[in-house]
Design a binder for this molecule. Structure first.
Ligand code: FES
Ligand code: FES
Length: 153
């Protein structure tokens, strides 16, 4: 089946099988590796991407469902250097192993676009579907709150 979509501003025309999962197609055919293969059943958030402005778990989406849509991954946030939010994650030592980082960066980016000055509760709610086994979440939440308090990302 034909799949025509945009990934980080680049247009792709791919041939995919009806049962192909978007996460696998992105990693194997569309040159992005930041969405991580974790639970593959919607529980961990490591495969999070932004599709048409909203976060989705790419392990739960068939590749053909992305036809005609616009996808952003972490690679697409960094064309002009790190975003302000990414810089705050770095300076706050928000991550350890980093496996959860791409999904959390995208979930937080989407939150800040929707709600530029989120409350702690907003941040906790937005990141509730993204599991991190290393940090206890506090340095992640603090960075997102700092990004919000500082204005644009
Ligand atoms: S790999 Fe998609 S939610 Fe875990
Ligand atoms: S930093 Fe290791 S899972 Fe989050």
């Amino acid at each position: 089946m034909d799949l025509n979509f945009t990934v980080n501003g680049e247009t792709w025309a791919l041939d995919v099988a009806p049962a192909d999962v978007l996460l696998d197609v992105l990693r194997e055919k569309a040159a992005v590796k930041s969405p991580k293969i974790g639970c593959e059943r919607g529980d961990c958030g490591s495969c999070t991407i932004i599709m048409d402005g909203r976060t989705v778990r790419s392990c739960l989406v068939l590749a053909v469902e992305a036809d005609g849509h616009e996808i952003t991954t972490v690679e697409g946030l960094s064309f002009d250097g790190l975003s302000r939010l990414q810089g705050l994650f770095l300076s706050n030592n928000s991550f350890q192993c980093g496996f959860c980082a791409p999904g959390i960066v995208l979930a937080a980016t989407e939150l800040l676009e929707r709600k530029p000055n989120p409350s702690r509760h907003d941040v906790q709610e937005a990141l509730a579907g993204n599991l991190c086994r290393c940090t206890g979440y506090e340095p992640i939440i603090e960075a997102v709150l700092a990004a919000g308090a500082g204005g644009d990302q």
